[in-house]
Write a protein that binds this ligand. Structure first.
Ligand SMILES: Cc1ncc(COP(=O)(O)O)c(C=O)c1O
Length: 490
């Protein structure tokens, strides 16, 4: 028997509508307040029925508190979701982003009254330019994918401006994130796929053979989604430039090289950062995010409007001569930018490289402790993440089962089945914010799952056993989400 107060996660939490009881209240309002307003409303605008749940305050508090325990977050436990850089978000970032001068500023406020925020944006633009080795950076894009869309828009605008309109194709390695081809298509480019070689890297000779006067550029993630650094990057960018094309860098993996190496110095012309990954601002579930885009000198004029500039001792918005246009309302997700700004100031110029150094160390520690049992398709050295696969797991246990079994052991699963070039991929990215004790407990859980798959496979095949919901139909949930409550029969 289960009772509502028990922390038995198997107990189905009723919806707030099902918990409703007629006449129960969780508020008190002054009695006459609404009557005059109500009289002013024409009859035909008044709702006859409003089916709101009726609950006491304690019912509501307990309902939502219980629901929150069904969730998993970076504040709850280890979250090694590869390619997502789920690092701890320091609370000082939150505090600063909530300062009323920033948080309550109206986006239409005159520039003179918004000098503090403009200064922060200007300095953030400059810090990101310096980190990436770029001439300028826009803070406008709202996510990594939006940054990609903007970066490719800049490339398109550049070729339009110089009248080289034949260039309609972008080369993308087969290890790339799915948003890369989508961003190309949305910009009217055709995608040409480049196969990775046996080391999991770009085959430079294959790339060279693909370059011609129809190629606008290449989209490269470095280190790539296997965590492997494209060590031929200088030869790659030179070959692309010699062919008259441009190099787009997907900066989602900046955590591997932050403060150690600069994409701009490698010949990358345009790159997006994921502030919500590399620069420690919360993310998940589709947002919020920020995907600033840095560009080399010859692309500055094509950046989206507006850029923040310094005019004497004043900060102001400035539109650019050949801008690709506006890409969103106002100026980017300021709360996210501000959190990332605080994070950078906390580290400071002298310590920023420690982020990448420790992220790489942590990922390689996990790799070294698990590679005797988990299979690695690509044996190349890796930086901030490691991609195992499920081919050593026995008794039909798959990557998906392993992911579910990790939930039972108190960990968020790694990224699964990505990158696509590794069948059954298990992509682990611990980030720099985790202690050796946390890494050791995760390694122990991974080893335990490997052994349990041999001795008691049902335990893994039926996992998770300790959660409110076990294995929902994820495809159905994604394709036909039920997001509003309907009474049975409605
Ligand atoms: C390599 C890579 N590129 C691009 C993206 C897209 O970034 P966002 O989720 O911020 O749109 C991701 C997201 O996971 C990624 O891993």
């Amino acid at each position: 028997m289960s009772y509502p107060g028990m922390t038995d996660l198997k107990l189905k939490e009723q919806t707030i509508f099902e918990r409703s009881r007629p006449g129960r209240e969780g508020f008190s309002l002054p009695e006459e307040d609404l009557s005059s307003a109500e009289k002013l409303l024409p009859e035909n605008f008044k709702r006859k029925e409003l089916d709101l749940p009726e609950l006491s305050e304690i019912d509501v508090v307990r309902h939502y508190t219980r629901l929150s325990t069904y969730n998993f977050s970076i504040d709850h436990g280890f979250y090694p979701l590869g390619s997502c850089t789920m690092k701890y978000n320091p609370k000082i970032n939150e505090k600063m982003a909530r300062m009323s001068g920033f948080a309550n500023l109206h986006p239409e406020a005159p520039e003179d009254t918004a000098q503090g925020t403009l200064k922060m944006m200007y300095e953030m633009q400059n810090m990101l330019s310096e980190i990436g080795g770029f001439a300028a950076t826009t803070l406008n894009p709202s996510a990594g994918a939006h940054g990609e869309y903007v970066g490719l828009g800049i490339i398109r605008s550049y070729f339009d401006k110089i009248g080289d309109t034949k260039r309609k194709k972008i080369i993308i390695p087969d290890s790339a994130h799915g948003t890369n081809p989508a961003s190309c298509t949305l910009n009217g480019f055709e995608v040409v796929l480049l196969e990775s070689n046996e080391k999991g890297k770009v085959c430079v000779d294959c790339l060279k053979s693909m370059l011609n006067d129809e190629i606008a550029g290449i989209m490269l993630t470095n280190p790539n989604t296997l965590g492997v650094f494209e060590s031929d990057i200088i030869e790659i960018t030179k070959a692309v430039h010699d062919a008259g094309a441009l190099v787009y860098g997907d900066g989602a993996n900046m955590n591997a090289i932050l403060g150690v190496a600069r994409p701009g110095d490698m010949g990358i012309d345009v790159l997006h950062y994921n502030l919500h990954k590399t620069f420690s601002t919360p993310h998940g579930g589709g947002g919020p995010g920020a995907g600033p885009v840095g560009v080399c000198e010859k692309l500055v004029d094509f950046l989206p409007d507006p850029l923040v500039v310094k005019d004497g001792d004043k900060y102001a918005f400035r539109n650019l001569p050949d801008s690709m246009g506006r890409v969103r309302a106002f100026y980017g997700n300021m709360g996210v930018t501000l959190r990332a700004f605080v994070y950078l100031l906390e580290y400071g110029r002298d310590h920023i490289a420690e982020i990448a150094e420790n992220a790489v160390l942590n990922a390689n520690y996990i790799k070294a402790c698990l590679k005797d049992i988990y299979h690695l398709k690509y044996k190349s050295d890796t930086l901030h993440e490691v991609v195992f696969d499920d081919s050593n797991l026995e008794n039909g246990v798959t990557t998906m089962d392993l992911a579910k079994a990790l939930i039972d052991r108190g960990f968020h699963p790694p990224t699964v089945y990505f990158p696509l070039i590794v069948p059954g991929a298990i992509m682990i990215e611990p980030t720099e914010t985790e202690s050796k004790e946390t890494l050791d407990s995760f390694i122990e859980a991974m080893r335990n799952i490997y052994e349990t798959a041999k001795s008691d496979p049902q335990n893994i095949l039926k996992a998770p056993l300790n959660t409110a919901v076990s294995r929902p139909d994820e495809t159905l949930a994604a394709r036909k989400p039920v997001l509003t409550y309907c009474k049975e029969g409605d």
